[in-house]
Each structure stands twice: as structure tokens, then as C-alpha cells.
Design a protein around this ligand. Structure first.
Ligand SMILES: Cc1ncc(COP(=O)(O)O)c(C=O)c1O
Length: 472
């Protein structure tokens, strides 16, 4: 790990930022060519240097902080650790020649976040490239690249990048002409963005229940909820699990309904070997920081249709004519993504399969660590015709007090979360409910566990212990 903290004194500020970005400690140790420690620099120091007007290409040796806390390698461990604190989280250790030989870290209280972005590829390089190009708004080469790369990855023709996943759904519905007097069928068990986007069009949402096993919208409940006013269905591929798309597409065809896939939580998941996002008229993705891939905030609409792609681009950009500037043909929106966000997205796509595989490994290690606890069930991968991806690791518990267990985990520094509440339990959505029994049941017994790198024997043992003690 020590080598990940080192930066040579003749390197530039931008290079030291790369070192800090990769090591994720917020600090770099600056050494000369014979490994003598010249100083320390933190991300905060770099920010302050830049604010003074120093350029990113400046040599780090000229700006390094030479007044810093360190230890000698012959000091005993307690003395070394006593020099660290909440404020000084990492210190270098040198030998009598002042050569860097080791480092010590403050023993922080453990905190396992439920999710964290994986930005260890070209994200920083492309972001800086976009920044230095000065194309920091919504024009720029990274936007086109991101739209092409992501739509190719999902196997669809067009991608329209937008500012987040919620507006992606709203833009899709508006583009399909859905509004007042129309009904749109949504699942009870989803994040509220799905239904909010419907309400913002002026249409009426119709909430139906999910299937017990897949946790996705139930095709038979969709059938029961169709009226002459139904215009669209929004299947949500919840927690990485694809919906029963054949059944849903059949119903849509039979009743001439639009299908808008909500793929916010399921990048790369497959139904009958085909990636989600390629079934509906339009499909919508989120790139919020906890999603499979991220652009900070961000979203995308995918479609195979030339006309829908065209209309989405116009509505995304104030409804302005594509051929006549400042001439508005529709009452549009500013739903554009920035080139800076897209730069991060391009780097994320380069590693999306690696990220998905890694998350699956994390989920599999939970499955392994928890396999002897009969009342804890990791989300199944056995739903027919589907290849689920892991977004957040999901468990259901059929014994004991789920909420007390969550509190206990929190006390121990584990940021576990309860499943979404069903929409039907919230006052503002109650009046739209047709069916909800499975959603209500699932929401009470489910939880998400940290789906990040720091899962190891120690942390999983801690989680296992909480389950064994609290749920028995
Ligand atoms: C199912 C679902 N739909 C839509 C969204 C909205 O995405 P965003 O947060 O990017 O607006 C989310 C995000 O959390 C989601 O989980």
C-alpha cells in the first residue's frame, strides 16, 4: 500500500491528484529520487494551492507542505499511533536517513457505507480532460461518446443523456405524449421517482402489486388494472432483477400500450439473454452515485426509434428546433447532462462488466458467510429466463425484528438499509392503489447490506454475529 501513497517531487499537481484519487486516503507523501521524504500533500492542500492561482501543471516539489507530523521507525507503536488523530489520519514513518519506509493510520471507528462509487479507472483522467477542454456544459465530445458507448453496451440504437434518472422517466413519458386523462401502470414496490415522474406529466398512476419471487411488477396484476384510459406500463427491474418482459410486452401489444422500462437499478441485467433497456419503447437509467455505474448525478433514455430519439433530444433542450436556433416547437425542458458528468460515464462504461462481476462476488461472499443462518436469505438468482445483476446486496429475513437488527448494525458502523416502503403506504400515493399485498409483505422483511470492497472476514463475522444475536 505504501507505494500507492508516494509521489516524486518533480511531478505536477495533476499527477499528485491522481495518486490521491487512487489511494483514497486524501494524502500523498512526496519523495526525492533517493526516496527521502520531502513533505506531505493532502487533497485540501491541492485545493488551497489551486485557489492561489497556481496551475495544475506546477511542480509539486515547489508547493509541498514541509511542516508535517511523522514518526521514526524505531519509535514504539503506541508513540507512533499517539501522533495520529481524527484530524491527522495518516503519517509517514522514516528511517534515520529520512527515507520513507512505512506509514501509520489513525484507528477510526469502522464505517461500512451501503454503497460507494468505484472510480479507480480513467474517471479522473477524462474528467480533467473535459475540464481542460473548457467544454464543461452540455456540449462536448464526452456526451456523444457516453451516449454511443452506453446504448451500444445495452444493445439499443440511441441514447439520450439527461441530468438524472427521474427526469429520464419524465422525458420518456412526455415524449410518448402521455398526460392528463391517461393512466400509467407502475409497481407498488419501487423508488418513488417512478411514480413521481408519472404524476408530473399530469397522468394518473395506477399502482399494482409485484410477484412474490422476483419482486417485480406482476403481469397478471397489470392485466387486472387495464382500463380504456391505460396508455403505458412502467416495469421496474427492481434491485437488479429483470421483469417478465415477454408477458409484459404481450399485454402491451394486445392493448396498444407503451412500455417505459425503469432500469435505474439494473444496468447490464439480462432477460432471455438480452440486456434490459432493449424491450420497451423507451428505457430509462440512473447514474446516481450509488448505482452500478455513475456520473455523480445523471441518467439516460434509450430507444430504437428514430422519431422518439429525435423528439427526446428536442424536449431535453427547451423544445428548441434542431435547425432554427431560439425557435421553440415544444414546451421543453433543460434536462441536459454536462460533458464533465459524461467524461466520468465514459470511464465507467470501460469497466462496467468488471464492476458487475465484482459486485456479484461481494454478494456471493455474503451468501457464503450467511449460509448456515436458515432465516436469512440472500436475493435469489433463480428467476426463470433472467440474469440478475447485484446493485445493492439484498436480504430477506423471516424471523426476529428486522428494524432492531438494522439499528444494531448501525451501532456497529454497518450502514444497512431497510427495503423501500411500498408506495401504497404513503398518504400521497394511497389513492392510486389497485393491489399491494406482496409489496407490503416484502418491504417489512427486506434489507440492503454494504455492497462495497471492505467486506472481509472481520466485517462479515460482525454482521453474522448481529444476525445470530438479534434475530434469534
Ligand atoms: C427504480 C428507480 N427509478 C428511478 C430512480 C431515479 O433516479 P435518479 O436518482 O437518478 O433521479 C431511481 C433512483 O434511485 C430508482 O431506484
Amino acid at each position: 500500500m505504501l507505494e500507492k501513497l508516494i509521489c516524486q517531487e518533480n511531478r505536477s499537481l495533476i499527477e499528485v491528484l491522481k495518486v490521491i484519487n487512487i489511494n483514497t486516503f486524501g494524502t500523498a507523501f512526496i519523495v526525492d529520487s533517493s526516496n527521502k521524504l520531502k513533505g506531505i500533500i493532502t487533497d485540501g492542500d491541492v485545493r488551497r494551492i489551486l485557489l492561489k492561482g497556481v496551475g495544475l501543471e506546477a511542480t509539486i516539489g515547489d508547493h509541498v507542505n514541509t511542516d508535517f507530523v511523522f514518526s521514526y521507525d524505531d519509535e514504539d507503536l503506541n508513540t507512533v499511533l499517539s501522533k495520529t488523530s481524527e484530524k491527522i489520519q495518516i503519517i509517514p514513518i522514516v528511517n534515520s536517513n529520512f527515507e520513507l519506509v512505512n506509514f501509520a493510520r489513525y484507528n477510526r471507528k469502522m464505517h461500512l457505507p451501503v454503497a460507494a462509487p468505484n472510480l479507480k479507472g480513467n474517471e479522473f483522467n477524462y474528467l480533467v480532460d473535459a475540464f481542460l477542454s473548457t467544454w464543461i456544459s452540455s456540449s462536448g465530445e464526452y456526451i456523444n461518446r457516453f451516449e454511443n458507448d452506453f446504448s451500444n453496451y445495452c444493445g439499443t440504437k440511441y441514447g439520450v443523456a439527461v441530468s438524472n434518472g427521474t427526469v429520464a422517466i419524465h422525458l420518456a413519458l412526455e415524449t410518448l405524449g402521455i398526460g392528463k386523462g391517461d393512466e400509467v401502470i407502475v409497481p407498488d414496490f419501487t423508488f418513488a421517482a417512478t411514480i413521481n415522474a408519472v404524476l408530473h406529466t399530469g397522468a394518473t398512476p395506477v399502482i399494482v402489486d409485484i410477484e412474490k419471487d422476483s419482486w417485480c411488477i406482476s403481469p397478471s396484476e397489470i392485466r387486472n388494472a387495464i382500463t380504456p384510459n391505460t396508455k403505458a406500463i412502467i416495469p421496474v427491474h427492481i434491485y437488479g432483477q429483470p421483469c417478465d418482459m415477454d408477458a409484459i410486452m404481450d399485454i402491451a401489444k394486445e392493448h396498444s400500450l407503451f412500455v417505459v422500462e425503469d432500469c435505474a437499478e439494473a444496468h447490464g441485467a439480462k432477460y432471455k439473454g438480452k440486456k434490459v433497456g432493449g424491450f420497451g419503447d423507451i428505457s430509462c437509467f440512473s447514474f446516481f452515485a450509488n448505482k452500478v455505474i455513475t456520473t455523480g448525478e445523471g441518467g439516460m433514455c434509450l430507444t430504437k426509434s428514430d422519431q422518439l430519439d429525435d423528439k427526446m433530444r428536442v424536449l431535453r433542450d427547451h423544445g428548441m428546433s434542431k435547425t432554427k436556433r431560439y425557435w421553440h416547437e415544444h414546451v421543453g425542458y433543460n434536462y441536459r447532462m454536462t460533458n464533465l458528468q459524461a467524461a466520468i460515464g465514459v470511464a465507467q462504461i470501460e469497466r462496467i462488466d468488471e464492476i458487475i462481476t465484482h459486485k456479484k462476488e461481494i454478494e456471493d461472499s455474503y451468501r457464503n458467510y450467511l449460509k448456515d443462518i436458515s432465516y436469512v436469505h440472500v436475493q435469489t438468482r433463480d428467476i426463470k429466463d433472467t440474469e440478475r445483476i447485484t446493485w445493492l446486496v439484498c436480504l430477506t429475513i423471516d424471523k426476529g425484528d428486522r428494524d432492531a437488527t438494522l439499528l444494531k448494525l448501525k451501532e456497529k458502523g454497518v450502514d444497512a438499509r431497510p427495503f423501500f416502503y411500498p408506495l401504497s403506504e404513503m398518504e400521497i400515493y394511497k389513492k392510486y392503489v389497485v393491489s399491494n399485498a406482496n409489496s407490503v409483505m416484502l418491504s417489512k422483511i427486506g434489507m440492503n447490506l454494504p455492497s462495497i470492497d471492505v467486506l472481509n472476514e472481520k466485517t462479515s463475522e460482525l454482521i453474522r454475529e448481529v444476525f445470530l444475536n438479534e434475530l434469534n
